[in-house]
Design a protein around this ligand. Structure first.
Ligand code: ZN
Length: 179
């Protein structure tokens, strides 16, 4: 992580419900942010609050129903925001038990590049670069995927994916019975 982002906090943050599979907003490509204005900063604050409340290490705007290219994350060094992120580089290979707040309580071993580097704008609209391997690299790739409408399910090995989708379908079709 490069310097350039700064912790964001405000007393007026709000926690939003997290959209879960199969909500269609999670399948949509998000729109670019035209200007990092007060409204976007407010969105970032709310996303950070929502991420911590979940709790999670990253959150993309579509996960709270806002189809904009904004992600937030905290891999242990405080909250960061990346607006209009672009994955510039992804190299190596790393298998990690990956989960997603939009597919709650499920984890799958997923192989992705170990190192990732992304550029974008911070919460003040300044160009920044974020990079890292292992968890940092994973979070960058996972959250940027969300902006393309790609869930971690798409990254599963074919055999695992078939099983995972069947499980999710069954879980989704389950309705609470009368008590
Ligand atoms: Zn996710």
């Amino acid at each position: 992580m490069m310097p350039g982002t700064c912790p964001v906090s405000s007393p007026s943050m709000a926690i939003f419900p997290i959209r879960t599979y199969p909500d269609p907003v999670l399948r949509m490509a998000a729109r670019s942010v035209d200007a990092v204005d007060g409204e976007v900063r407010r969105l970032i604050e709310d996303m950070i609050e929502t991420m911590y409340a979940a709790p999670g290490v990253g959150l993309a705007a579509p996960q709270i129903g806002v189809s904009l290219r904004v992600v937030v994350f905290d891999v242990g060094d405080g909250p960061h925001a990346l607006v209009n992120p672009v994955l510039e580089e992804a190299t190596g290979s790393w298998v990690y038990e990956e989960g997603c707040l939009s597919v709650p309580d499920r984890y799958w071993p997923i192989k992705r590049p170990a190192y990732a580097r992304a550029t974008g704008l911070d919460e003040r609209g300044r160009p920044i670069m974020c990079e890292g391997d292992e968890l940092m690299g994973r979070v960058l790739q996972h959250e940027i995927d969300h902006l393309e409408g790609t869930l971690l399910l798409s990254r599963l090995a074919r055999r695992v994916k078939k099983d995972a989708l069947r499980q999710l379908r069954e879980a989704f079709l389950e309705t609470p019975g009368p008590r």
